[in-house]
Design a protein. Structure first.
Length: 517
């Protein structure tokens, strides 16, 4: 089954390209190792690959470790998840988890009750021999599998089985998989309605047999061996087909479960193009357009795969999160960005700020807006450019007139045709370097007029001759906008005016023509 340790990464590949992960996505992450018992942090997954931490997930004052994120289409304010016990032992690996409602604004968690495991079957069980006894009955709700459906369903996975002790030792028998449904709206109980998964498909039966073998090895080791990792590792609900789909990373197989709410049936196929590395899949999430993303739990790479076949699309994303435990989910209506942005820059000049950006591809984009903020919290649009929607992308530019006075933040808003918006990384722009003072006329005769850029500051002005000697010194009263420096008694020639303020020192060359010339 899926590893308890999860590495979740959210893009930003080597080239500065904002990959098209779905908007309105969230994750719960807890830094490795699992033995540290680090609590989960609820985070917003930004479309540029960065994360915005919301808060540590708390049930009252108790921090939680969560997995199996899902959502309710009727409630955009929260996600749902199940808690994970750490450390995992042979005694507690099948302990039923609790279902939690988690606020997207505060990460406050509310315990909704126990997600009870599937009941033990009463028919079709293998016979117990004369010198055998049933040592343990396994009923387990997988606390790492969950996703939401279009009717406010929360789909979970489970397993039953028996551990039989005989003269030859332990044997695992009668392992069966289940799909459970918890109705989130209206909510009455966290106990799922369980239905057995039809595994009559030979390839799916082989997946189940592989998991049974891993479970056998784990029990034989007394719990000191590897936690079983085969079988279903995570799944997502495909909004276009109504199926649950799962990429089995250890085996590079693709499981499709049809009719999950009524008569779940599994069909397992082999993708034509497998994910490049054979790894455990720690998380899967999707978007409104049916795009499916699978996360390599060991290396942390996000791979985009085909929702029908599981084939790798050729697009992968870098590891921004490092090693962590958790899961990711996209809220209802989430969609990929219509724009693949290569770069966005903002540069200050004497006449204003110039913006340039370049796209690698565009589809169904409406327009771009450059937004500014003095604090990086409240944003105002300053320029708008219509999208060209060229499949191969194009270059754009815009400007904001007027000299920049102080440090300012800029970002690019990319508006889709359906009204959704995504943003680029923020650019921090400072005013262009300039002197502390402006002088005129040049050459000067009777006096040098000096206009200070910051007259409210205390200033020291020094006039130096060609030998570097200070020949005149002034300390004007702060607040004086125009300073007149007499040149009487100075020999004609080149001088340097040095202006010193708290912000630094600047120098300006000044020619003195001599009085009366």
């Amino acid at each position: 089954m899926k590893k308890i340790l999860l590495t979740l990464s959210v893009l930003l590949s080597g080239r500065e390209v904002w990959a098209q992960l779905p908007t309105n996505s969230f994750a719960v992450t807890a830094p490795c190792p699992a033995s540290a018992g680090n609590p989960s942090v609820l985070q917003q997954v930004n479309t540029d690959g960065s994360l915005t931490p919301i808060a540590t997930v708390l049930d009252g004052t108790t921090p939680l470790i969560l997995n199996a994120l899902g959502c309710d289409v009727a409630d955009p304010t929260a996600v749902y998840a199940m808690n994970v016990l750490q450390p995992v032992t042979i005694a507690n690996f099948d302990t039923p988890p609790n279902l939690y409602w988690v606020s997207l604004s505060t990460a406050a968690a509310t315990n909704l009750g126990t997600v009870t495991p599937p009941p033990l079957p009463t028919t079709g069980l293998s016979p117990v021999g004369r010198f055998e006894t049933v040592l343990r009955e396994i009923r387990q709700t997988f606390n790492f599998i969950g996703d939401g459906g279009p009717g406010s369903e929360y789909y979970v996975g489970g397993v039953t089985g028996r551990v039989i002790l005989g003269l030859a030792g332990l044997r695992v028998a009668d392992v069966r998989l289940y799909v459970g449904v918890v109705q989130l709206n209206p909510f009455t109980t966290a106990a799922p309605v369980w239905r057995p998964l039809d595994t009559s498909d030979p390839a799916t039966a082989a997946v189940l047999a592989g998991y049974q073998a891993q479970l056998q090895a784990y029990l034989n080791s007394g719990g000191s061996g590897s936690v079983p990792e085969g079988g279903i590792q995570d799944w997502v609900y495909d909004v276009r087909t109504g199926n649950l789909v799962s990429y089995l990373g250890q085996e590079d197989k693709f499981l499709t479960i049809s009719n999950p709410a009524t008569a779940p049936k599994g069909v397992t196929t082999i993708p034509a193009t497998a994910i490049p590395t054979q790894q455990n899949i720690g998380s899967m999430f999707t978007d409104r357009d049916g795009n499916v993303y699978a996360v390599d739990a060991d290396g942390g790479t996000i791979y985009k795969i085909d929702r029908l076949t599981g084939s790798y699309s050729g697009r992968s994303y870098g590891s921004a999160f490092g090693c962590s435990r958790g899961d990711a989910v996209s809220m209802p209506g989430a969609l990929p960005l219509p724009v693949n942005l290569v770069r966005f820059s903002a540069t200050a000049g004497s006449a204003g700020v110039r913006f340039e950006w370049e796209t690698a591809s565009e589809e169904k984009a409406a327009y771009f807006e450059v937004e500014r903020s003095a604090t990086a919290t409240s944003w105002q649009p300053v320029a708008r450019v219509a999208a060209g929607n060229r499949p191969a992308g194009q270059r754009y530019s815009a400007s904001e007139p007027g000299a920049l006075i102080s440090q300012t933040y800029y970002r690019l808003a990319m508006h889709d045709a359906d009204g959704s918006v995504a943003h680029s990384l923020v650019q921090v722009v400072s005013p262009p370097a300039r002197g502390l003072a402006t002088t005129y006329p040049n050459p000067a005769r009777d006096e040098i007029k000096v206009v200070l850029a910051a007259p409210e500051q205390a200033s020291r002005l020094e006039l130096l001759n060609a030998r570097g000697q200070v020949v005149r010194r002034w300390e004007p009263t702060p607040g004086t906008p125009l300073i007149q420096l007499p040149t009487a008694g100075l020999a004609a020639g080149l001088y340097v005016l040095r202006v010193q303020q708290a912000g630094g020192t600047s120098t300006t060359r000044v020619a003195v023509a001599g009085s009366g010339q």
